[in-house]
Design a protein. Structure first.
Length: 437
């Protein structure tokens, strides 16, 4: 990987792309530290110091924003509205025929869906920004902080509108920066910004574990966490690269006097076909009961039961529900993102077949059978990786945003692998000598 980066910096056009990407990253991190107008920066810092990183309710969104959410900066919403909008549009593509038609139209249809994603991102940013401002005004953003209700001193309608508009504009800028990286930089821009947001909190989280440690002034716990992190990275790389290759043979076709086809290829089915989506879905769904209890302020029996079993991540009910939701959403997302019947029809249309399997429905049934079998280990792997922060919470007294948590490691390793692959592919294109010398 380091060799690929070194060779990339020696290539002039790739060096420009890398420096452009680094410049956008600097702007993104700069905007993550500029407070929103109308927010008391002093009171925010007091509450952040008092609460530390134990605010588990908003922990997932705060992680995706690089810590900007709890700081209430102009990039407080981060990339989350765009991620949510992309997932919603992807799910609606299966349900709404018009979107499915646009998806099949190629580049023009993809551009139209991207435009819809931008509109939905702005709408979600307005909704989430309003919710964040309302939460900050009531003091619920930092529970137990003495200055929580003074974070927004001016509670007028004009100040609230300015804050919401500023956060929405910040989300649009983040979306624009991500698209700039995609067009003129290296890798997928949104994935790179998500990578930077998560990696920004690693050093602080690691040092917090060292400060909270008790054995050898915390260095033993620090070393154990490093070893666990390296083991998790190796496991994630191994599973993310694992795939089941289904051989496909294309029959020869005579067109005029020429024979076409007769080639052999394969369909790569990844073990983790769903990626990080099931973990995000399960985490978001488990936050809903806690949010309902927090905003309702109820002390009834049902509210007490939810606070006891589904607010703290180390409770057995929470762990079991979280694991089962991840497994369920893994199968659900694979079912809607990979259509065996469509793949079988395309193979039949171009004269392709799987050796030993008849074309058409038998091919679709075989693909569905193989996909279900490899999704089981993939979903169990996702569930185990996602439970690492919970085990760390119980073993080391770590916070919900454990630095080597499942969500963060999956995203960082996945984005890192894809970025390195793109750099290597571009290097290969530029250094290809061809058949003539």
């Amino acid at each position: 990987m380091l060799t690929a980066f070194a060779r990339a910096f020696k290539t002039p056009d790739l060096r420009k792309k890398l420096l452009f990407t680094l410049g956008i990253i600097v702007l993104f991190r700069l905007g993550s530290h500029i407070p929103v107008p109308g927010v008391s920066y002093k009171n925010v810092q007091i509450c952040v110091e008092q609460a530390g990183s134990s605010n588990g309710l908003f922990g997932l969104v705060n992680m995706f924003s690089g810590g900007a959410l709890l700081q209430i900066t102009i990039f407080a919403l981060g990339i989350m509205p765009y991620i949510t909008a992309s997932i919603i549009l992807q799910l609606l593509t299966v349900v709404i025929p018009k979107l499915e038609t646009l998806k099949k139209e190629g580049q023009s249809g993809t551009a139209k869906i991207t435009q819809y994603t931008r509109y939905l991102t702005v709408a979600l940013a307005i909704l989430q920004g309003t919710g964040l401002v309302a939460t900050a005004r009531t003091g619920a953003l930092f529970q137990g902080c003495s200055a929580a209700r003074d974070i927004v001193p001016d509670r007028s309608i004009f100040t609230t509108i300015v804050m919401v508009v500023t956060m929405t504009a910040g989300t649009c800028v983040v979306m624009w920066l991500g698209e700039l990286i995609t067009d003129r930089g290296i890798g997928n821009g949104m994935s790179i910004l998500m990578f930077i947001s998560i990696a920004a909190g690693f050093i602080g989280a690691m040092w917090q574990i060292k400060l909270q440690g008790k054995i050898a002034d915390g260095w033993v716990e620090f070393g154990v966490v490093i070893l666990v992190g390296l083991a998790m990275v190796c496991l994630v790389v191994f599973v993310e690269q694992a795939q089941r290759r289904i051989p496909v043979q294309y029959a020869k076709r005579m067109i005029g006097r020429r024979a076409y086809g007769g080639t052999s290829t394969y369909i790569p089915l990844k073990v983790n076909q769903a990626g990080i989506i099931p973990v995000i879905f399960a985490s978001s769904l488990l936050y809903i009961p806690a949010l309902i209890v927090q905003f309702s302020g109820s002390t009834a029996g049902w509210a007490t039961w939810i606070q006891k079993h589904f607010v703290k991540g180390d409770h057995p009910y929470y762990i079991a529900t979280y694991f089962l939701l991840i497994v369920f959403f893994a199968f659900f997302y694979v079912a809607i993102s990979f259509n065996p019947e469509e793949v079988a029809d395309n193979m039949k249309k171009y004269g392709g077949f799987i050796p030993g399997i008849r074309a058409g429905r038998p091919t679709a049934e075989y693909l569905s059978y193989v996909l279900n079998r490899i999704t089981w280990p993939g979903s169990l792997y996702l569930g185990l990786i996602a439970l690492v922060p919970t085990m760390a919470l119980a073993g080391f007294g770590a916070n919900q945003n454990f630095p080597f948590g499942g969500t963060s490691i999956l995203i960082i390793v996945g984005v890192g692998l894809e970025t390195v692959k793109q750099i290597e592919s571009q290097l290969q294109q530029r250094n290809y000598e061809g058949f003539l010398r």
